[in-house]
Design a binder for this molecule. Structure first.
Ligand code: SF4
Ligand code: SF4
Length: 99
């Protein structure tokens, strides 16, 4: 099999690299999911190392509830970067840029 990549494979590889770089900006502080605000999303998990993770990450977008039962929509972080939320001063997407 030839080791030469097709244009499509090269494109997909570059897209994956871009996605990894984008995801790496997140500091896993959980602030955008309510970790600082005090009524977090019911799917927000705190890990043993103190960082946060989403228990439904691959299917996270859409209508969800906080632990107190308040409904809200989870949307891509790009869509809310112009907004403010408690703890957002540490958000990697705001401090490291969005390129
Ligand atoms: S569903 Fe959305 S708001 Fe809830 S923990 Fe996951 S990423 Fe955060
Ligand atoms: S506030 Fe920013 S750095 Fe913190 S979890 Fe959300 S996207 Fe990641």
């Amino acid at each position: 099999m030839s080791k030469k990549l097709t244009d499509r494979q090269r494109y997909e590889y570059l897209q994956q690299q871009k996605e990894k770089q984008w995801e790496a900006k997140c500091r896993r502080c959980g602030a955008c999911c309510g970790s600082i605000e005090g009524d977090p999303c019911e799917h927000l998990l705190q890990l043993d190392n103190g960082l946060f993770a989403c228990s439904i990450y691959e299917n996270r977008f859409g209508l969800h509830k906080t632990v107190s039962g308040r409904e809200f929509y989870c949307v891509p972080i790009r869509n809310i970067l112009h907004e403010s939320w408690p703890g957002d001063e540490c958000c990697g997407y705001k401090t490291k840029g969005i390129k």
